[in-house]
Design a binder for this molecule. Structure first.
Ligand SMILES: Cc1ncc(COP(=O)(O)O)c(C=O)c1O
Ligand SMILES: [Zn+2]
Length: 413
């Protein structure tokens, strides 16, 4: 926190003090962004110190986080997820350098742990006793998981349609769970009203300025894991747009403190059945609400709650938006699993679907270094995966029956 100067509105640029908890700009209602004193932070962080640091988690980047008290660090390992070179995928795509960042390896099995870790630590630092959040599922299960690590029972609002595995996580970690008979957007608005009514800390994506600060750590890791090389392109699945705005913040932070000297192009990957950010990027206009219906529940969002920041991130980076169909997302789950051994939930595989699309349309150079984010583990939603693969062959416990089935399967291969 010593390195934080203030909070700046992403809409009108107005500066707000860093004390207490602020959600949105009091002048225009837009989301806020944490502003750092990069001179001060840069004096305390460098490549040698990081190389010597054995703390392999997001907390190694403490100087670029908006916190002052290490007491609220939870015991689980968050971040420092693997960055894999994917040679078989490279071959299939006809590209020379493709990496995947497997964020399904976080404690609650999604990228959202980066955000929840910082947002929860901030809440406790500010003295809040109750943390609440609405989510398509992952932000909630992450808040519940990391909250449990500190003995907390957060209040959670999820749409009734959230996949069973995510709801199971919430319940097992002991959160107070409310399944809202409505969409994610309904759950979000209800949570916001409840926080106002009861004075609870609101962890909601976009309006809480600290989630972006946790999410940006993925960019720190990507560069460090690449030996401080900055990739040419990073593909990010987008719903509310908070991950992609965090990814952009991370790359800019690194350049600002002198750890790197360039920036990548960002590609926002959305479902064409939930494409509000992509529409805004393409039309050069404002972010407008749509009626989201994609099977990729984590990126099924009517009104992106960090839409302005997401569009800015894509434009400032000189990147683009790409939309993919549900069929392409489901196919990408299977391709990813078979070519890399990583199982992703639909939203997590959307980035790969976007990569195939960009390549097919000739919008990627062969020599570019590309990173795509896998943001959620496939065990979060097995129903969708099984729809793509079909059921296993049922046999009797009998060798003859097996041989018949084996030969039949060989014919179908
Ligand atoms: C697995 C996964 N991927 C992508 C996203 C999209 O992130 P954002 O809503 O910040 O754009 C989410 C958000 O819930 C997610 O859980
Ligand atoms: Zn403003």
């Amino acid at each position: 926190m010593k390195n934080v100067k203030n909070l700046c509105c992403l809409g009108c640029g107005r500066e707000h003090g860093r004390e207490g908890m602020r959600y949105r700009c009091s002048a225009c209602g837009e989301n806020l962004d944490v502003v750092y004193d990069y001179g001060a932070a840069g004096g305390r962080i460098n490549r040698e110190r990081l190389a010597a640091d054995r703390n392999l988690s997001i907390w190694r980047y403490w100087e670029l986080l908006p916190l002052s008290d290490r007491r609220w660090i939870m015991p689980q390992q968050i971040g420092w997820t693997p960055l894999y070179r994917t040679s078989r995928l490279e071959k299939q795509l006809g590209l020379n350098s493709v990496y995947l960042k497997d964020d399904g390896r976080n404690p609650s099995a999604s990228f959202k742990d980066r955000a929840s870790a910082v947002a929860i630590a901030k809440a406790l630092e500010l003295g809040f006793e109750t943390i609440a959040g609405a989510s398509t599922g992952n932000a909630a299960s992450s808040t519940a998981c990391l909250g449990a690590g500190l003995g907390l029972s957060p209040v959670i609002f999820v749409p009734r349609s959230a996949p069973a595995a995510k709801v199971a996580q919430l319940l097992v970690f002991g959160a107070r769970v409310f399944a809202v008979n409505g969409s994610y957007d309904d759950a979000f608005d209800l949570c916001t009203r409840a926080c106002e009514e009861f004075g609870w800390y609101n962890r909601n994506t976009g309006m809480n300025p600290y989630t972006r600060e946790g999410k940006k750590t993925v960019s720190f890791e990507i560069c460090e894991q690449l030996g401080w090389r900055v990739p040419d392109r990073v593909l990010v699945p987008v719903g509310d747009g908070n991950i992609i705005s965090g990814v952009w913040k991370g790359f800019r932070d690194l350049r600002a403190v002198g750890l790197t000297d360039r920036l990548p192009k960002l590609v926002a990957v959305q479902s064409c059945l939930s494409g509000a950010v992509a529409d805004a990027v393409r039309s050069d206009g404002p972010v407008r609400s749509c009626k989201a219906t994609t099977i990729a529940d984590s990126i099924s969002v009517d009104l992106p709650r960090d839409g302005l920041a997401a569009v800015k991130a894509v434009r400032e980076s000189g990147g683009e938006a790409v939309t993919v169909t549900d069929e392409e997302i489901v196919a990408a789950i299977v391709k990813l699993a078979r070519l890399t051994g990583v199982f992703a939930e639909p939203a997590g595989a959307a980035s790969l679907a976007g990569l195939f699309k960009l390549r097919e349309e000739g919008r990627l150079e062969k020599d570019e270094t590309v990173v795509f984010l896998v943001t959620g583990n496939g065990l979060k939603d097995i129903q969708t995966a099984i729809k793509a693969t079909g059921e296993p062959t049922l046999i009797e416990p009998d060798l003859k029956d097996f041989i018949k089935a084996w030969e039949q399967q060989n014919k179908n291969q």
